[in-house]
Design a protein around this ligand. Structure first.
Ligand SMILES: [Zn+2]
Ligand SMILES: [Zn+2]
Length: 392
């Protein structure tokens, strides 16, 4: 429907008397919730005032706006708050767009899944909370202010977190449902009881201290690059970082031969075990650590007696970043990469669904030996034959 009612056009042109400016690096989601708190209204109402079209699922809609904001929504936001377009743009991951792309962030090269799992600092989410846009990024492994690892799932119930599921009526509390243990003890034939919300205060979640300077420096550099125009040196470093990360994880993992970092939390994640067997039926814990092909243990969540899913995990990502950043910091990257990784099975074009990530084309020549070992010839031919994709 294109007809705008007079009530709506009135609403869209209304200017809020006061609109607090966003904090540096703040996400749109956080700022809109902050405005709601300032005006003592709920999220639906503030979104209506701002012309952000709240509809039913207001949290996931706001998460979507934070990913990329349609031009008409950005305009009404500007009219309602007087905020400059640059400031609005800076609160979104992909910026202001004419037409929304359909879930572009599913690609591992694109900015990270805004409607999906998030990493946050427990100590920073005690209400009232305002949180930075970079919490959405895959590299959001630590909080520079509290020097601790971030968290992506609830240790009590295993629910992964995203702002899209944060409840307005219980701010800062885990919105997940309690574990399956109650389900399993249900007498046969009895009706399924209504599942209870977990409700754990997120700010009470304990998370290890970061003791690896490599993780700290890498994270600091990535935060800086997210906030300002990166230098060409930064860009090359980031291309190499993502290249090693994709080689390490997908589609066919590289095995990390040793892990000697100084951080006990990261060392605990390293194992020489083979890839773990799936599940121990007697374990009622909603989340367990299992070995993956990379040499790192990864938390998995059981979602029903027979299904389980990999959790996003900042600590494991921190361990991977530590290994990758050490290779990139070495004077002889080629030798450091040889020492760090073992190729178990090279990946083919089919493993990449025929679509190679653009940064792979731009990797430093020092990584070429590792790339040729870790990829089959069809991938290498493609890398040599095709022009380098433009940087976006
Ligand atoms: Zn913090
Ligand atoms: Zn929970």
């Amino acid at each position: 429907m294109t007809v705008v009612s007079s009530a709506e056009s009135h609403r869209l042109s209304r200017r809020l008397p006061v609109a607090p400016v966003p904090l540096p690096g703040e996400s749109l989601f956080s700022w809109v919730d902050h405005l709601a708190a300032v005006y003592e209204v709920d999220r639906t109402e503030i979104m209506q005032w701002l012309g952000l079209d709240p509809r039913a699922a207001h949290a996931s809609r706001l998460a979507r706006h934070t990913a990329e904001l349609r031009l008409d929504a950005a305009r009404s936001l500007h009219i309602a708050t007087g905020l400059e377009p640059e400031a609005i743009h800076a609160m979104t991951l992909l910026g202001v767009v004419e037409v929304r792309r359909s879930r572009p962030y599913r690609l591992s090269d694109a900015p990270e899944a805004p409607e999906e799992t998030w990493a946050f600092c427990p100590r920073c989410v005690e209400p009232p909370v305002r949180w930075p846009l970079w919490w959405y990024r895959w590299w959001a492994v630590m909080c520079p202010e509290h020097n601790c690892y971030t968290v992506s799932f609830c240790p009590d119930c295993g629910s992964p977190f995203s702002p899209a599921i944060l409840r307005g009526d219980a701010p800062g509390h885990c919105p997940g449902f309690t574990s399956l243990a109650d389900e399993q003890h249900r007498a046969p034939g009895r009706r399924r009881p209504k599942r209870k919300r977990c409700g754990r205060p997120l700010w009470e979640i304990l998370t290890p201290t970061v003791a690896d300077p490599m993780v700290r420096d890498t994270h600091q550099r990535l935060v800086r690059m997210a906030g300002e125009e990166p230098s060409s040196l930064d860009r090359q470093w980031y291309d190499d970082l993502r290249t090693l990360r994709i080689l390490l994880n997908e589609p066919n993992p590289l095995y990390v031969q040793t892990f000697t970092g100084p951080d006990p939390a990261l060392r605990e994640r390293y194992t020489t075990q083979e890839r773990g067997s799936m599940w121990d039926d007697t374990d009622t814990n909603p989340v367990v650590l299992r070995a993956t092909g990379t040499g790192f243990l990864h938390p998995w969540r059981r979602t029903s007696p027979s299904t389980y899913g990999k959790e996003r995990d900042p600590v494991t990502t921190g361990a991977e970043l530590s290994v990758i950043a050490s290779v990139l910091a070495s004077d002889d990257m080629a030798a450091a990469a040889r020492e760090a990784f073992r190729v178990l099975r090279p990946a083919s074009l089919r493993d990449f669904d025929n679509d190679l990530p653009p940064y792979l084309y731009r990797a430093s020549s020092q990584l070429h030996a590792l790339i040729s070992q870790a990829q089959t010839s069809d991938v290498l031919n493609r890398l040599h034959a095709s022009p380098e994709p433009p940087r976006t």
